[in-house]
Design a protein around this ligand. Structure first.
Ligand SMILES: [Zn+2]
Length: 44
């Protein structure tokens, strides 16, 4: 993984955004649930 890609992953979850994407399964969701609704990855 290049540094550019790593930075992209780290900014995937934006607490100020209503739209987020799970960094593990890339499923989009609104807001920031405690766990990804798709794969269950802990987001908080
Ligand atoms: Zn997920």
């Amino acid at each position: 993984m290049s540094e550019r890609e790593r930075a992209s992953v780290e900014t995937t979850i934006d607490l100020d955004s209503d739209e987020n994407v799970c960094p593990a399964c890339l499923v989009p969701f609104s807001g920031l649930p405690e766990r990804c609704p798709s794969c269950g990855l802990r987001l908080q």
